[in-house]
Ligand binder design. Structure first.
Ligand SMILES: [Zn+2]
Length: 182
């Protein structure tokens, strides 16, 4: 029995290595990462954001490493995890002396933005207001969501800089069945 287990483990490991190699082939960027990573910006064509948001690649690396450790044993071997392994490898090769902003390709950008709100809590986050032409911390941004009432709601979420320039605005529709302030 032992040898059968060993053999199946061997083939499982081989299969996993092959799948990981496939992810690396299409997902691992061909460019090197610099000190800063563009988390949100005009070039990503997300028109809900007027601001530019960057994060320190070292801190992002720590964040993804910690996430990997926390999720040890969960969702092992799935594609998300393989992509994360790949991303961590790429970030650990970043040139932190190069004080420039790296723009992510679409696959990488989508992968990173899946954790957008958690990443926004990192200390190194800088939010650039195009009107003030300076950076703000996330905690300095005035964030508002419109109040909800029973029934259909147009939900407007906005971010403003200290001076009141709109940095982010998004409208969506939500239906509330009961309770909220009615
Ligand atoms: Zn401003």
């Amino acid at each position: 029995m032992k040898s059968i287990n060993f053999i199946s483990r061997y083939f499982a490991a081989k299969k996993e290595a092959k799948l990981l190699a496939e992810v690396y082939a299409y997902f691992f960027p061909k460019y090197q990462c610099s000190k800063w990573l563009l988390l949100m910006g005009k070039i990503y064509r997300n028109y809900f954001y007027r601001c530019t948001i960057v994060v320190d690649s070292c801190e992002l690396l720590e964040y993804f490493r910690a996430l990997n450790e926390r999720e040890q044993g969960f969702s092992r071997g799935d594609n998300l995890r393989r992509k994360r392994t790949c991303f961590i490898d790429w970030l650990s090769e970043a040139d932190n002396k190069l004080d420039a902003v790296t723009i992510l390709d679409k696959d990488m950008k989508d992968f990173v933005q899946n954790n957008f709100y958690q990443i926004m809590d990192l200390k190194s986050i800088k939010i650039y207001c195009p009107d003030c032409k300076i950076d703000f911390k996330y905690s300095e941004i005035i964030r508002q969501n419109s109040k909800l009432h029973k029934g259909w709601n147009k939900v407007i979420s906005t971010w403003e800089c200290r001076v009141g320039h709109i940095l982010h605005r998004q409208e969506s529709v939500a239906h509330v069945f009961c309770g909220v302030g009615s």
